[in-house]
Design a protein around this ligand. Sequence first.
Ligand code: 3PG
Length: 185
Amino acid sequence: MSLTAKDIFERATIIPVMTVDDVERAVEVGANLYEQGFEVLEVTLRTPLAIKAIEEMRRRLPQALVGAGTVLNEEQLQQVVAAGAQFAISPGATPALLQAGKTCGIPLIPGVATVSEAMVGIEHGYSEFKLFPAEAVGGVKLLKSIAAPLPGISFCPTGGINEANYKDYLALPNVSCVGGSWIIA
Ligand code: 3PG
């Protein structure tokens, strides 16, 4: 059976967000993170080498779950699927991206920042979301407030998460994991 967004959320506690300028270095950092227990790794599409890094990490770190972040549209989604990404994460969502995520063959974790955005995602059949940018849009307070009106939904808050606040997020019942670049710095 193919991997679901729920599987990704269950296998992650903290998802390191990697922005790659050097493919060899990315494989090295990915290997170190995996050895430290970070099984799920996200490579953002913010640099030209991101796709190559995803390909190499998939080839050389077969036990890790390597996904693509900052996937903004259907074309990028197809590119990361072709590169072997095992999941895709987006900072937001459009109806076209939500639609494409249903048939692309890998789980898409769409980004939301409001209840209405989550409702659009739910209408498209999604139940796992990235909350982005988590700290800026209300963070722990927001997640607590939306738990009752949006039951059965899980979040991976990302954006402004750090050593000092990540445990507050993980303590929430509607948070499965958190993402962030702080873990790599
Ligand atoms: C992301 O792409 O998910 C965020 O930029 C990561 O946010 P952070 O750098 O604040 O951890």
